[in-house]
Design a protein around this ligand. Structure first.
Ligand code: UD1
Length: 385
């Protein structure tokens, strides 16, 4: 049988992490001919992940610009993908992941070429169109176009059913757990110059969300400063996103603090090593809300809403918003009260069992009629640590 051509499109670091397990599996499939296309929305941050998972892309549209706009990312991706699929044999399925502008633009570009779309991590909803911005809109728009919806949790399945999407909805688990398990198994280290993990309780923080740019980000950073001053046995590890709009205020506020370690983005293995060693996470990232609970670490979420209610319901994540006082209060409670800490530090993993990619690839093969492989039943791993 001639292998069925499919195209996996990705552009940012989280897409690379979450698609890596599926790409590796697709490449091993004898019935799929897999092309991996980078839009290039991110450059260095994607290259790191591709190297770690030993993956190669077939094509890079190189769309990244300094201080790029959503319109720019969308237009350059649409045009690049149109050119690609018009000048070479078009794939039978385009696979996108999550809710970035790359994912939305790739789904739309595929729709314009009459190519069906498979959506990995489908069905997440915060139910607030502006939070996170523009991701909530991106994922809703992709859901209207996709023919195959790979939902990571039962709640995501329900969201898609409520939205009455066309196409098939499948419960697969989240591929982030596949990537996390494969990485944690290698027992990654995390060396940061000058940071003694034994000596300090380390707060691992990340901030990058568009809706937090400006005043909310400044309020969060003041909160970090206050926490460091209030608890002299703590250190802050803050791997800075590459975006200068985010970097400049971080540097201006925290660079001179002796216990603030501002670093380049950590590669994924180092990041997993840091989660394993830190005391708690303070973040506006989506992926960390899934990874940290799986490794038994409490997460304070620097947002007003979340599309990942599973970790909140399980008690390991808490929404604290972006207000200085509430960030300080929530972190202080965890740092000062061992009982509160213990209650939140229970390892739960509502996001999958590490076999999501296997299910997704089997479902793709079935959809394309190239294999009748059985799909492993959905389950949750009890504990990953
Ligand atoms: C994007 C996604 C967001 C995801 C995040 C993960 C959208 C709208 N947002 O946001 O959902 O959570 O990625 O990081 O798709 N830059 C570099 N090198 C890199 C990466 C970024 O220099 O490797 C800089 C560039 O100046 C770029 C800026 O970061 O202009 C912002 O990148 P962009 O992709 O526009 O937004 P993110 O905030 O990364």
């Amino acid at each position: 049988m001639i292998p069925a051509p499919i195209c996996i499109v990705l552009g940012t670091r989280p897409e690379a992490i979450k698609l890596a397990p599926a790409i590796a599996r697709c490449r091993r499939s004898s019935v799929l001919d897999t092309q991996v296309v980078l839009t290039g929305q991110h450059k260095e941050m994607v290259a790191q992940v591709m190297d770690l998972f030993e993956l190669q892309a077939d094509c890079d549209l190189e769309i990244m610009r300094d201080r790029q706009t959503l319109t720019g990312i969308t237009c350059r991706s649409l045009q690049g993908l149109e050119r690609l699929w018009q000048t070479s044999k078009p794939p039978r399925l385009v696979v996108v992941q999550g809710d970035t502008t790359t994912a939305f633009a790739a789904a739309l570009a595929a729709f314009y070429q009459n190519i069906p779309v498979g959506h990995v991590e489908a069905g997440l909803r915060s139910n607030d169109l502006l939070n996170p911005y523009p991701e909530e809109a991106n994922r809703r728009l992709i859901a209207q176009i996709a023919q195959l919806h790979f939902a990571p949790t039962p709640a995501a399945v329900e969201n898609l059913q409520r939205a009455a999407v066309t196409g098939a909805v499948h419960l697969t688990g989240n591929t982030v757990i596949d990537a996390l398990l494969a990485t944690a198994m290698r027992q990654p280290s995390c060396h940061i110059d000058g940071l003694d993990w034994e000596h300090y309780r380390v707060l691992l923080a990340t901030v990058h969300r568009r809706e937090n740019w400006g005043e909310p980000l400044q309020a969060i950073l003041s909160g970090f400063q206050t926490i460091l001053n209030k608890f002299p046995d703590t250190a802050l590890l803050l791997p800075m996103h590459r975006n200068p709009i985010v970097r400049e205020p971080i540097r201006a506020t925290l660079e001179r603090h002796p216990r603030a370690f501002l670093t380049e983005p950590l590669d994924y293995a180092q990041l997993v090593g840091a989660i394993q060693r830190c005391s708690l996470l303070i973040t506006d990232s989506g992926g960390l809300q899934e990874e940290a609970p799986s490794l038994g670490k409490p997460v304070l979420v620097l947002r007003e809403t979340t599309e990942r209610p599973e970790a909140i319901a399980a008690g390991t994540a808490r929404l604290v918003g972006t207000d200085t006082a509430s960030v300080v209060a929530a972190a202080s409670e965890l740092l000062a009260n061992a009982e509160t800490y213990r209650a939140m530090a229970t390892a739960v993993n509502p996001f999958g069992d590490g076999r999501a990619a296997e299910r997704i690839v089997a479902l793709i093969e079935r959809y394309l009629g190239v294999s009748a492989a059985t799909i492993p039943e959905y389950s949750l791993a009890e504990k990953l640590t």
